[in-house]
Design a binder for this molecule. Structure first.
Ligand code: KG4
Ligand code: ZN
Length: 339
């Protein structure tokens, strides 16, 4: 089944063609970073307007790159849940129009489910069940993936998402947007032990995360250095902050994997591109005898191929939507309890 995927939940306008939920024929991503950079974050109104300008273009590009025409499309999958409401609406309107005019099924996908499938697309061999950590600009979520489309939420952030903390600190330090890749690069030259930043909720037995206090500590450390007239070791701040984030993510994810007795961990979302995170998780996996999987770098950030793959899984389970499909900006991943 050839699925056209559409993703417009935040600031990436993306369309993709995926065959049978596993073969990516095309995955076109138009990002809007330049538009939002001067604001140090995504401005919802600007994002929605830009999606309307780009959506037709990326769909055509996805068809061209996949060497297909609209007549070949057998279903349309679109991100309908979790994201900026104006942005989601653009993708859902386009998907409904195509589904209606092509007379093919429509399926709405939860954005986080898309990220889970991004890693399954990159690594089809990931065993089930497994524990999945989704870390992005909008989410930090631990999920027990019992089977395809069957999830149990273990925990998430109570304040900032991990990527959001990277972005906010980069904004404060005037390093640019998005902050993750810049801090990742700077940290390579820094001393990870230069600052003893807190590891929030590390010892708590729950799977909840909190990054807001860590962000404040980093900002205070920076101000302290500034006030004392010392040279500012931005690389050290970046490396120490990144280490604190990675530490917390690792400890909680490993704890979840042990508790659920799974042999595999999947890490996905924009922050899963982080080099130190990949290194630390891979080392810990080797130590603990747990396989750790990461998506291809092109699949870490928001893209429509992951939505097409998740949509395909829903469609073959008979879960298509009709044209009353609506957007829901903030809703947890659906949890299905079995047996
Ligand atoms: O998944 P994504 O494209 O969008 C959301 O669903 O939020 O993730 C974007 C986030 C941003 O916060 C960005 O700073 C972060 O992923 N990010 C990184 C890296 N690359 C992107 N964070 C840390 N290290 C990176 N290399
Ligand atoms: Zn995302």
């Amino acid at each position: 089944m050839l699925v056209l995927g559409i993703e417009t939940s935040c600031d990436e306008t993306s369309a993709a063609l995926v065959a049978d939920g596993k073969t990516v024929l095309s995955n076109i991503i138009a990002n809007q970073l330049e538009l939002h950079r001067k604001y140090g974050g995504v401005v919802p109104e600007i994002a929605a307007r830009r999606h309307t300008e780009l959506i037709g273009y990326v769909i055509n590009e996805a068809l061209d790159a996949g060497d297909k025409s609209l007549r070949d499309v057998e279903a349309v999958a679109v991100t309908a849940k979790q994201g900026l409401v104006g942005s989601l609406l653009v993708g859902v309107a386009a998907a409904k129009t195509l589904s209606y005019s092509l007379k093919v099924p429509l399926v709405g996908v939860h954005h986080i489910e898309g990220h889970i499938f991004a890693n399954l697309l990159s690594n089809p061999e990931i065993p089930l069940p497994h524990v999945c950590l989704t870390v992005s600009g909008g989410h930090t979520l631990l999920v027990y993936v019992r089977d395809y489309c069957q999830y149990e939420l273990l925990g998430g952030t109570v304040d900032d998402a991990a990527g959001e903390a990277f972005d906010k600190i980069a904004k404060f330090l005037d390093l640019g947007f998005p902050g993750g890749p810049v801090i990742d690069r700077l940290a390579v030259q820094g001393d990870r032990k230069a600052f003893a930043f807190p590891r929030p909720l590390l010892k708590a037995k729950t799977f909840y995360f909190s990054f807001s206090g860590l962000k404040t500590s980093v900002i205070n450390a920076f101000k302290g250095q500034l006030a004392s007239g010392e040279t500012l070791p931005l690389e050290d701040i970046a490396a120490s902050f990144q280490e604190a984030v990675v530490d917390v993510l690792l400890v909680k994810t490993l704890r979840a994997a042990r508790q659920r007795e799974v042999s595999a961990i999947s890490v996905t979302g924009g922050v899963s591109a982080n080099r130190r995170l990949r290194e630390v998780f891979a080392d810990a996996g080797n130590r603990e005898g747990i396989e750790v999987y990461f998506p291809a770098l092109s699949m870490c950030t928001d893209n429509a191929a992951m939505i097409a793959a998740a949509g395909h899984a829903r469609l073959i389970r008979g879960q298509a939507n009709d044209l009353s499909l609506d957007v829901i900006p903030n809703v947890p991943l659906e949890v299905q309890h079995v047996g």
